[in-house]
Design a protein around this ligand. Sequence first.
Ligand code: AMP
Length: 391
Amino acid sequence: MEYFRKLGIIEPILKSIKEENFEKPTEIQEKSIPLVLAGKDVIAGAATGSGKTLVFGSGIIKNSERGKGIQALILTPTRELAEQNAKALTKFSKYKPLEIVAVYGGLSISPQIRVLRTADIVIGTPGRMLDHIERRTIELDNVKILVLDEADRMLDMGFIDDVEKIIRKCPMKRQTLLFSATIPADIAHLAKKYMKDPVKVSAESYVDPKKLTQIYYDVPDSLKFSLLVYLLKHEKSGLVMVFCNTKRNTDFVANNLKLSGVDALPIHGGFSQEKRNMAMRQFHTKKAHVLVCTDVAARGLDIRDVSHVYNYDTPRESKQYIHRIGRTARAGKEGIAISLVSPRDYDNFRRVLIDNAIDITKKEIPNVEKVRIRWMEKPKRYGERHTGYRR
Ligand code: AMP
């Protein structure tokens, strides 16, 4: 506990850290908690899995008192990340109880209005947050700390206007903390506009590159799905994530895996909140061990013990590839990232290789038996939500 105490973390939080069995601070915690506790604005280059929640949690919990209005506001790109942050902050504040509320679209607004009246800390997606601001059902005058979590993703998802509107509703006198896996120009611009002398801190990803094996198969389109089934059935694995580029492919792969006897679950932005929560519960309790997902749906999910990440579709950008492989080989565990590269993926795969100069080893295709595929009849239409889900 001494390591954490030295950073200036208050006693009640130290007590819950002890219960969580954290041994020592992660790199981003070590570098940025002292700055956060000194009241500085911080730009932290850190992805999910880096331990960033404790970074802003240590400042927020220290500076918030029960029943003094909303004192901290955390903006997140997805509902899952909002829920996950709420859960983590509730744990960290176990010995200094605060009312922590997550608000996001897809759930009825009335219960949220009720809990917002007494909340101390609010975590939410920009769309629903703005909705509350416009309805005057959220009062931001007491906000002392504003957190922009996974800022790059929020901007990628088209939330920039909403985010700026929300920032402008917060008091000028505040501490602003920005977390982002990457710091592209638009993030730098946002920081310049709304932060006061921010200190930049960055940390290596929590992924241990020595423990991560990256391989790829060059596979004809006609064998791609069969190869996935073969590998899922033959590779000894724990929890597995299979990434697709579209909702449609996610459904296609998950449905066909089920038909081939693999306990797969799809999760993507076209699902209702209940369906997503249910999928996550089943995956967490290991009732299903294969999660088939899109990048957006997977973003921010705190899933531990992922042993294999499959790229069924190669992502369009290398940044997404890095995010995907970051799901495995975490916290000292071994992990494997496997890309199934068919001619349709060649362009994307070339980009991934060039941009990252990463070492991905080619493997020969094993003797795969062709499995029967059921094609989906017609594309499902998923309504766009005001929270901005696109994939
Ligand atoms: P985060 O990036 O905040 O979502 O954290 C990723 C995961 O790492 C969560 O499951 C945390 O509970 C865990 N974690 C955070 N800090 C530490 C630490 N110092 N030691 C071990 N695990 C940690």
